[in-house]
Design a protein around this ligand. Structure first.
Ligand code: PLP
Length: 390
């Protein structure tokens, strides 16, 4: 085997989405792009707001803008802008030294997991979960443990309580959720905060909560409650990948709750962790997002697609919970084996990802970050696929 032994499992874990991606390229070459319905990737296609381009151009033409080295956690004025925005929104009392600008949410997850977790300690997350968590846990030397969720994919606090051991250092949640679209309520989060407080006492060890929130702004008719209110020992992290459609520019941040135990130490360690991996977040786009706090893409586009897709799939006979946020649907596979059903969808030129890849077997994930026409034109294929197994 030419690759390192430790990489084999990682490569396998990443393979389900990648296989679909490669299959999509092959099928588009064979059948033509218009005849392939690719719902496999969560790659935002809604354009960034116009003001993003204007801000970028302003910065490019401004001779006073720095393109040099900076403090590794990011420009002070940008971290101040992020802290100001979070304080206005959540009244949390953040200072810029508790903010680290990162290479997307992925960079933020890598930074704070490496800052917090000792080799062999456990990272606990509710399943289904974002596949990238396997890789971030691996880089941090953490063991990824999962707790089941309720049938509607909301938090099962008893399952979390049971899964916490003396080795647990971090509980990682993601709301709005990829792949399920669930948005956790304030009551659920408060309950989780109580579970973590009790478990920290029981094991005489502080358990931290990491809230991965890249879809916070993509929520439909529900507010996404603040995790800062639920538990002091929380690190919130996010990116502008989805809310400003800047996924390729790799920009995000993490924010440590001012009341977290050892808050400044954790923010400092996360700032050092990024130095070890990528030195600092991209300079130009730090300055772009610093000026665009609170701005988002047009969420109504995603809402419209969600509604068209849900209506079409329901009429075809699929079962699913209507997502409250993010841009994914996670329907039940009409047969037990989700990988087999995803292959039946492929026969209709429809690309989906088996739930097994997300720790949610018996389901499949569809991303509706695609044009309306792709959704509408795919619906006859979805109907044929379900009819073929009924
Ligand atoms: N967390 C979740 C739940 C995601 O869905 C993603 C990307 O899809 C990430 C983290 C990584 O986001 P970013 O592209 O900002 O690094």
């Amino acid at each position: 085997m030419p690759i390192a032994d430790k990489m084999v499992k990682m490569v396998e874990a990443a393979s389900m989405i990648r296989k679909m991606f490669e299959e999509g390229i092959r099928m588009k070459e064979k059948f033509g792009a218009d005849h392939v319905f690719d719902f496999s990737l969560g790659n935002p296609d809604v354009p960034p707001p116009k003001i993003m381009q204007e801000t970028l151009l302003d910065l490019i033409h401004d001779d006073t803008v720095s393109h040099g080295y900076m403090p590794n956690p990011g420009f002070m004025h940008v971290r101040q802008a992020v802290a100001d925005y979070l304080n206005q929104t959540f009244n949390v009392g953040l200072t810029p030294d508790l903010i680290v600008m990162t290479v997307g949410a992925a960079g933020a997850l890598n930074d704070c997991l490496r800052a917090l977790i000792n080799p062999g300690e456990e990272l606990l997350t509710p399943a289904p979960y974002f596949v990238g968590y396997n890789q971030y846990a691996f880089v941090a030397g953490a063991t990824l443990i999962t707790a089941s969720t309720r049938p509607d994919f909301h938090l099962d606090l008893e399952a979390i309580q049971t899964a916490i051991t003396e080795k647990t250092r971090v509980v990682l949640i993601n709301s709005p959720n990829n792949p399920t679209g669930a948005v956790y309520s304030a009551e659920e989060l408060d309950g989780l905060g109580r579970v973590l407080e009790a478990a920290s006492k029981k094991f005489d060890k502080r358990i931290y909560l990491i809230s991965d929130e890249p879809y916070r702004k993509i929520a439909y008719d529900v507010t996404v409650p603040s995790v800062f209110d639920a538990y002091n020992h929380t690190i919130v992290l996010t990116s502008y990948s989805k809310e400003l459609s800047l996924a390729g520019e790799r920009i995000g941040y993490l924010a440590v709750h001012p009341k977290a135990e050892d808050a400044r130490l954790i923010a400092g360690a996360a700032g050092v962790a990024n130095t070890m991996m990528y030195v600092n977040a991209p300079s130009l786009f730090q300055q772009v997002v610093g000026r665009l706090q609170g701005i988002t893409v047009d969420i109504d586009i995603y809402r419209r697609r969600r509604d068209i897709f849900c209506q079409g799939l329901k009429q075809a006979g699929y079962e699913f919970d209507v997502p409250d946020g993010a841009f994914y649907l996670f329907p039940k596979s009409p047969i037990e084996n989700d990988v087999e059903f995803v292959n039946l969808l492929k026969d209709q030129n429809i690309l989906a990802v088996p739930g097994t890849g997300f720790g949610g077997p018996g389901h499949f994930r569809l991303s509706y970050a695609v044009p309306d026409k792709t959704i509408i034109d795919s619906l006859p294929g979805f109907k044929k696929a379900i009819q073929s197994v009924k």
